[in-house]
Design a protein around this ligand. Structure first.
Ligand code: CU
Length: 343
């Protein structure tokens, strides 16, 4: 059975690389809410993904010791609305793209289990937050199997995670990316003064499952999403509209911290919040990398940061990448600040 899965996976991988397949994966909602093909000039979804739209599975993070945590994630195929009425049959972690944010503490031993419920191809997990041999601990998990890996999160920060299965670009660009935050053992310098925290992720979308377009094309959409830092917050997908229609909310006088991460796969982000200055910035989220008074933070593909600032007047503050070709393609969110202006 395992051998069969391996062989099937390899055949399908070859298929992916050569662009074979029979189903459209880049779709729009029809009049009756059904999903139908948009056009015929885009690379097609692979056959085994036809009709597959798996319900999101919750992330599992369970602390089992003072310095040990179990993390369980699921590789799955789930439709993501990347622009209004424009659905993408994404390859995902836990049915979200980007995937849910994982939070651990500096020094934690992570017992990481990946369940692969994709019916057809292998997936894997590459955490940027650890030192380990990729060939050993970022190994492929075959369809309908699971594997457990162990490594220590020895550096604090805001790190990208992504699927590392070949072709890596296809797995990331199809949606298998996200953020792991490793909280510093002794916290951040301003922990006591923060009123609100948000996660903001940037990612790109391209023609559906088209490795050539991933490699040589321009993104069709550039998206922002927010992720919950606890069990009660919002988890939005990387899309062009949700954080405009339903802004992030704060009050006048709030000291705000944003954990930001550009999960790419290809483009840089010039992260900027219109109408404010980042008082304190920690590049890649490491307290050692402290900078002050920045207007824009450059995030390379995979790069992260923590930005902190105070909102002094009521109103709407656009969150953008200052590469405005990408803002035009969707990468704008709104921070709505309520309350009197006199604080
Ligand atoms: Cu994958």
């Amino acid at each position: 059975m395992i051998k069969l899965a391996v062989v099937t996976g390899m055949i399908l991988l070859v298929g992916l690389m050569t662009g074979c397949g029979v189903e459209q994966g880049d779709t729009k909602a029809g009049e009756k809410g059904q999903v139908e093909a948009v056009s015929s000039d885009k690379t097609e979804a692979i056959t085994p993904h036809k009709g597959v739209n798996q319900e999101p599975v919750p992330l599992v993070v369970e602390r089992v010791g003072e310095k040990e945590v179990n993390v369980e994630m699921t590789a799955q195929i789930t439709d993501i609305e990347i622009a209004e009425n424009h659905f993408y049959k994404a390859w995902t972690f836990n049915g979200q793209a980007p995937g849910p944010v994982v939070i651990v503490k500096e020094g934690d031993l992570i017992n990481f289990t990946l369940k692969n419920t994709d019916p057809s191809i292998p997936h894997s997990m590459d955490f940027h937050a650890v030192h380990t041999a990729p060939s050993k601990n970022f190994a492929d998990i075959m369809p309908d199997e699971q594997g457990t890996f162990r490594y220590t999160a020895s550096k604090p920060g805001v790190f990208m995670y992504h699927c590392g299965t070949k072709p890596v670009l296809s797995h990331i660009a199809n949606g298998m990316h996200g953020t792991i935050i490793v909280k510093p053992e002794n916290g951040y310098p301003n922990d006591g003064g923060i009123d609100r925290e948000f996660v903001i992720l940037q990612n790109e979308w391209y023609k559906y499952n088209d490795l050539e377009d991933f490699a040589s094309g321009e993104p069709s959409h550039v998206a922002f999403s927010t992720k919950s830092l606890d069990d009660n917050g919002r988890n939005t997908n990387g899309d062009t509209f949700t954080l405009k229609k339903e802004p992030l909310i704060a009050n006048v006088g709030d000291r705000i911290r944003m954990y930001v991460n550009n999960v790419g796969p290809n483009e840089m982000s010039s992260f900027h919040v219109v109408g404010t200055i980042f008082d304190d910035v920690y590049i890649d989220g490491n307290p050692f990398n402290h900078m002050q008074g920045l207007q824009t933070v450059l995030l390379p593909a995979s790069g992260g940061a923590i930005v902190e600032f105070t909102v002094k007047e009521a109103g709407d503050y656009p969150i953008v990448t200052h590469q405005f070709n990408h803002a035009e393609k969707g990468a704008v969110a709104i921070l709505r600040v309520d309350g009197p202006d006199d604080k």
